[in-house]
Design a binder for this molecule. Structure first.
Ligand SMILES: CC(C)(COP(=O)(O)OP(=O)(O)OC[C@H]1O[C@@H](n2cnc3c(N)ncnc32)[C@H](O)[C@@H]1OP(=O)(O)O)[C@@H](O)C(=O)NCCC(=O)NCCS
Length: 187
């Protein structure tokens, strides 16, 4: 079952996120706390037998278009408890998050992630749509967008992340991971 995250879910969400992201877990869990309280727009959990097994957050950021700043959403992070992965929970969370974004009339949802995973779930390379990355440390193929119904042609430009992504140093990759992933995409 996918449902809205409630205040009582906070510690369960923290555990799921921390477990899903391994060595980066504590950093990503702290990112979730700050994004959720300062810029959160949609926060959903997947529940199985009364336990939270997955979580997704959409927070606000902006596209710096020539005409005006446009509020958009960023899907980050997406987490499924390690023992529950590979059974469609992540797919359902992405589907539900995009549906909520559409209901909120958001023009676009951005993310950083695997093009294989998200490309099959409604996302496409954002650079091909004329958007530019908030950091060149985000490999181009990983910078993706789902353009929604209320998007208009002029709403293009650079994506500007809200501050918590920088505060927690959760933008793109750093070497040696960056170099490794770039080599993977190049080969
Ligand atoms: C990535 C993640 C959210 C996917 O959730 P899930 O419930 O396991 O995924 P689903 O069951 O819906 O989909 C399974 C597919 O995801 C793929 N997959 C699983 N983890 C993946 C990863 N880290 N990167 C790319 N693809 C991944 C599987 O190979 C499978 O591919 P297929 O559809 O071609 O067969 C989950 O594995 C997770 O929490 N990973 C750790 C945290 C993370 O990396 N989050 C995403 C970045 S924000």
């Amino acid at each position: 079952m996918i449902r809205a995250c409630r205040p009582a879910d906070r510690s369960a969400v923290r555990s799921v996120v921390a477990d899903a992201f391994g060595t980066e877990g504590e950093t990503v869990a702290a990112l979730v706390d700050d994004l959720s309280s300062e810029h959160g727009r949609v926060e959903l959990v997947a529940e199985e037998s009364g336990a939270v097994v997955g979580h997704v957050l959409l927070s606000r950021s902006w596209v710096d278009a020539r005409q005006e700043l446009v509020e958009v959403l960023v899907l980050s992070p997406l987490s499924v408890a390690p023992g529950r992965q590979g059974r469609g929970v992540g797919t359902e969370l992405v589907r539900a998050a995009l549906a909520e974004a559409g209901r909120l009339a958001a023009p676009a949802v951005f993310l950083e992630g695997s093009p294989k995973y998200y490309g099959a779930r409604g996302f496409e390379p954002a650079m091909l749509r004329g958007f530019t990355r908030p950091s060149t440390r985000i490999p181009e193929p990983a910078f993706q967008v789902a353009v929604l119904e209320s998007h208009q042609a002029w709403m293009t430009g650079g994506l500007v992340y809200c501050e918590p992504f920088w505060r927690h140093d959760c933008v793109g990759l750093r070497d040696p991971d960056l170099a490794r992933i770039e080599q993977m995409f190049d080969s």
